[in-house]
Design a protein around this ligand. Structure first.
Ligand SMILES: [Zn+2]
Length: 347
């Protein structure tokens, strides 16, 4: 059995400066071909060591294996033309030049399976691996073939399921799907978003997670957050249906956010990865601040279902800040673990 309040991160961690330019989101690789393969493996060794030194219980590749959390996966599929680009509005928030779906999409070879096998060979700790979710994938493409967001999402769900089954076989313990789009397209989430996610996890025996956040601390996101008012109730739209879904864990943004913490009651019974680290700020939380967020969440999540986590990925932060935040997460979780143990003794 895993220890109480096992810590993990939502996704990305900073890359070493020899692999890509630091403190920059979606920074291009500095290496090529075999040197890149070796560089990614070395970066996985480094990020693993940093997570373990900080006492993070459920480790990951820190997304050292990808340039972009969605595009890198899509680059490996056929049917998407990266030369043919169109400008589309992403998550209803910002315009971006994106590749075009020009034919039937398919996965002809595994995408991250070799990377996952490599990480599995480096540690006995539980591993969480992130993949983009179907709805977030379709939202970063121009579709000239299926001409239906739903149809394309079902195609990607099938492809994601193929990849997920092989990641499971490679020894991954938790497969996470990143669905920031779940915070934007509520009708679609309820009509087919959760259904396509359940298709992506079909037949898996390992644990599954969905990460729903308010994004990295980039300007498009912080500007959008300013329009959301003082209370962020987006989760309220999707939680009732997520609660009834087959997904095991739900990863949320909680620290320094305007999400009313009592919304977590709507997913009572699920395992919840509670974001207790703000990724949009360079200020390193104190362990006590982390503990305070976890204590609030404990009103709505049973202790054996609470997974202390970060709000989102930390790729754009400096390595020093990210290390400090990992340490704070561990220390904050330990404070609350001790309190829970003391309560148990007293009872
Ligand atoms: Zn996120």
């Amino acid at each position: 059995m895993m220890k109480l309040l096992p810590t993990s991160t939502a996704g990305s961690l900073p890359k070493p400066s020899w692999l890509s330019e630091p403190e920059k989101l979606w920074s291009p690789w500095k290496l090529e071909n075999d040197a890149l393969v070796e560089g990614k493996q070395d970066a996985m060794r480094v990020t693993l060591a940093e997570q373990q030194r900080a006492g993070i219980d459920i480790v990951s590749d820190g997304e050292q294996t990808r340039q972009h959390f969605v595009t890198t996966f899509i680059e490996h599929l056929s049917g998407v033309d990266f030369e043919k680009r169109e400008t589309v509005r992403i998550r209803d928030r910002y315009d971006a030049s994106v590749p075009t779906v020009a034919g039937t999409v398919s996965r002809e070879k595994p995408v991250f399976v070799e990377d996952a096998k490599f990480l599995r060979g480096q540690t006995n700790a539980p591993i969480k691996w992130a993949l983009p979710g179907p709805m977030t994938m379709i939202d970063t493409l121009y579709d000239a073939h299926y001409k239906s967001r739903e149809k394309l999402a079902w195609e990607f769900a099938t492809i994601l399921n193929q990849e997920a089954r092989e990641l499971e076989a490679a020894g991954v313990d938790i497969i996470q799907f990143d669905e920031p789009a779940f915070n934007v397209f509520f009708d679609e989430v309820n009509d087919w978003g959760i259904a396509t996610l359940e298709r992506a996890i079909e037949g898996l025996k390992c644990k599954t997670a969905v990460h729903i956040c308010y994004g990295y601390g980039i300007k498009a996101n912080t500007d959008w957050k300013k329009t959301l008012g003082s209370e962020w109730r987006q989760y309220e739209e999707t939680f009732p249906k997520l609660q009834k879904s087959n997904i095991d864990l739900i990863s949320l943004e909680c620290h320094n956010s305007h999400v009313p913490i009592d919304l977590i009651e709507l997913i009572r019974g699920k395992n919840v990865m509670v974001g207790a680290i703000d990724v949009a700020s360079n200020a390193i939380e104190t362990p006590e601040e982390v503990a305070a967020t976890l204590r609030k969440a404990l009103q709505f999540v049973d202790a054996d279902k609470l997974y202390p986590c970060t709000n989102c990925g930390m790729a754009p932060l400096s390595r020093t800040v990210a290390r400090g935040k990992l340490d704070a997460l561990s220390a904050g979780a330990e404070i609350v673990r001790k309190e829970l143990a003391a309560q148990k003794t007293a009872a």
